[in-house]
Design a protein around this ligand. Structure first.
Ligand SMILES: O=P(O)(O)OC[C@H]1O[C@H](O)[C@H](O)[C@@H](O)[C@@H]1O
Length: 320
């Protein structure tokens, strides 16, 4: 059952099986966020600005899984540097001209729009198996005037984030509510927190073609099953056959990222110079503690006809 957020008394109603997941809306204005905690201690925080997940703690609440810059703006003035920004309807810089997204900023408007918290649904069978799903909505009416002008199409988004004991699921449903079809790209720009970039490998990409954005957008094929990050990395892996891309740390599984109805994945690490050059990236050597593994549909465009809906996303398992 989804409880509407405008009924605060229903937020944490006691249940027959004891205390269920705790969900609270905290903060004001651009800093408002939804904080959810399972009885076993795992938690998430989702800023309404961008519906950006800024924290995900597993392991009874002891292990933070997401990297968030110390200088991230969490007041709703600019996209968050870290966490899980939602990229829609265009990934990267939009096509220069002649496309419906051409007037939009890099990565579109979803990460810099204020979403509506639509409510939670919970399952609380037992302490160890409880979970909570938070729903967020964005439509044309809630966009800034600037974004509405730049992308004059009618749409409805529902973004659902589900916290379970060892996993986080994030899924976006896109509905075309207008009279004409539209093209979109979608990506979850997840910043994973890691101990040491020199000790990790990204696996599950072998045999896949990728565009290397650091090397002049040239096309390559991943031959090694272990992608080690040893310098600036910005690659778009396309049409991946495997469902799962993993992050291995010190030879042990750390995260499994399982794609649902999307086939592409971007790997990104700005490394030394680019990290220093970004005003909202802090500390300077924070690049050692993060790697972006970003699932999405970004190779070409997805077309959505009038009245149609599309859904895609990821399930991330944390091994800590
Ligand atoms: O600085 P941002 O707009 O958040 O983009 C950060 C990065 O996002 C993606 O990973 C792109 O592939 C990169 O080219 C880009 O630099």
């Amino acid at each position: 059952m989804v409880e509407r957020a405008n009924r605060p008394s229903a937020l944490n109603a006691p249940t027959a099986s004891g205390p269920g997941p705790q969900v609270d809306v905290v903060g004001e204005g651009g800093s408002q966020k939804v904080v959810a905690k399972l009885p076993s201690g795992e938690s998430i925080e989702v800023l309404l600005f961008g519906a950006t997940v800024t924290s995900w703690k597993s392991n009874g609440g002891q292990t933070e899984n997401l990297w968030l810059s110390d200088a991230a703006d969490l007041t709703g003035k600019k996209p968050v540097r870290g966490g899980i920004p939602v990229v829609f309807p265009v990934f990267g810089p939009p096509p220069k001209s002649g496309h419906a997204t051409s007037s939009l900023p890099q990565h579109g408007f979803a990460r810099s729009s204020r979403w509506e918290y639509m409510g939670k649904s919970t399952s609380e069978d037992a302490l160890d198996s409880s979970s909570v799903k938070l729903d967020f909505g964005l439509d044309r009416q809630s966009l800034s005037e600037e974004a509405r002008k730049a992308w004059p199409l009618d749409f409805g988004l529902v973004y659902s984030v589900t916290l379970s004991k060892d996993s986080l699921q994030a899924a976006l449903t896109i509905q075309n509510e207008g009279e004409e079809s539209f093209d979109f790209q979608f990506l979850l720009h997840t910043y994973f927190r890691i101990q040491d970039i020199s000790k990790i490998a990204v696996t599950g990409l072998s045999g896949t073609e990728y565009i290397d954005k650091v090397l002049d957008a040239s096309l390559h094929t991943q031959s090694d099953n272990q992608l080690k990050i040893t310098g600036e990395t910005d690659r778009v892996y396309k049409d991946i056959k495997q469902d799962t891309t993993s992050i291995v740390e010190d030879g042990k599984p750390r995260f499994d990222v399982i794609r649902n109805n999307v086939k592409d994945t971007v790997t990104w690490n700005p490394w030394i110079e680019k990290a220093k050059a970004m005003g909202d990236f802090s500390p300077d050597d924070g690049y050692k503690n993060m790697v972006c593994v970003e699932i999405g549909a970004v190779d070409g465009w997805q077309k959505l006809d009038k009245g149609e809906a599309w859904e895609g996303g990821m399930l991330v398992k944390s091994h800590l």
